[in-house]
Design a protein around this ligand. Structure first.
Ligand code: GLP
Length: 246
């Protein structure tokens, strides 16, 4: 795993945005695996800006998102489809027909199977962007006794529901289930870039730094098995997990 410590989160995001541009310039029809949450928002803002400046052309790019809440319509302001449209797709020259976010209203098992199809059709993603949950979840692969290789329907843990309650009026409105890419889809990407910032992520990130252990209790540790995984954190978080800046 490659660790990069930046002075602040904005600079971590800048590095990721520039890497995405580089990939798209080299391969105009690249397939990008994308993530939601507050962590990657600055990446999307920067990509929108770079696209506007003509520095990158998304017209042939394909995207597939990690996950979607089950039961939310694409028009629901907290759905991940809505998030992607608002934060990125509406601001770049991508063809929305080439963007895939699981259907939160479809039969969940079918939606999961369709997500895996989108992940692997025409080859696995060239790039995968990730955030991380406080319990180490990536996408919605929750910490627990076992992880699923395939995309699947997942019951969210209470800690995830509580963490995401800030986006809803109250925790009671957070969907209890989600459709998520499985570990196989995430690890199949040619390169994986995980962004983390904030003290709430310190336990999860410490598990990445400490040793070579891989555990289902911290799903992000499976990235240790990937040959081209990048972890980008800011100095404040690096200090908390005992990693030197640089
Ligand atoms: C959700 C998403 C994850 C994301 C995580 C962290 O649970 N499914 O993909 O990484 O939240 O979100 P945030 O970046 O808002 O802390």
């Amino acid at each position: 795993m490659n660790f990069t410590v930046s002075p602040d989160h904005a600079q971590s995001c800048e590095k990721v945005a520039l890497r995405i541009c580089e990939i798209v310039r080299q391969k105009p029809n690249a397939k990008l695996g994308l993530a939601t949450g507050s962590t990657p928002e600055p990446v999307y803002r920067r990509l929108a800006q770079l696209c506007k400046e003509g520095a990158v052309d998304f017209s042939h790019v394909r995207t597939v998102n990690l996950d979607e809440y089950w039961g939310l319509a694409p028009t629901h302001p907290q759905s991940y489809r809505y998030y992607m449209d608002q934060n990125l797709f509406n601001h770049i020259n991508i063809d929305k027909a080439n963007t895939y976010v699981a259907d939160g209203l479809a039969d969940p098992d079918r939606a999961a199977a369709a997500l895996d199809e989108a992940v692997f059709a025409g080859g696995a993603p060239d790039f995968q962007l990730l955030g991380i949950g406080g319990n180490g979840h990536i996408a919605f692969n929750e910490a627990g006794e076992r992880l699923s290789a395939d995309s699947h329907v997942v019951a969210l843990t209470q800690s995830t529901i509580d963490a995401n309650a800030r986006f809803f009026e109250n925790a009671g409105q957070v969907p209890r289930k989600a459709i998520t890419m499985g570990m196989k889809g995430i690890l199949a990407a040619a390169e994986v870039w995980l962004l983390a910032s904030g003290a709430a992520k310190q336990n999860a990130v410490r598990g990445l730094v400490e040793d070579g252990a891989v555990t289902t209790q911290n799903p992000a540790t499976f990235l240790k098995l990937h040959q081209n995984a990048h972890i980008l954190i800011d100095e404040a978080l690096a200090k908390l997990v005992g990693l030197q800046g640089g």
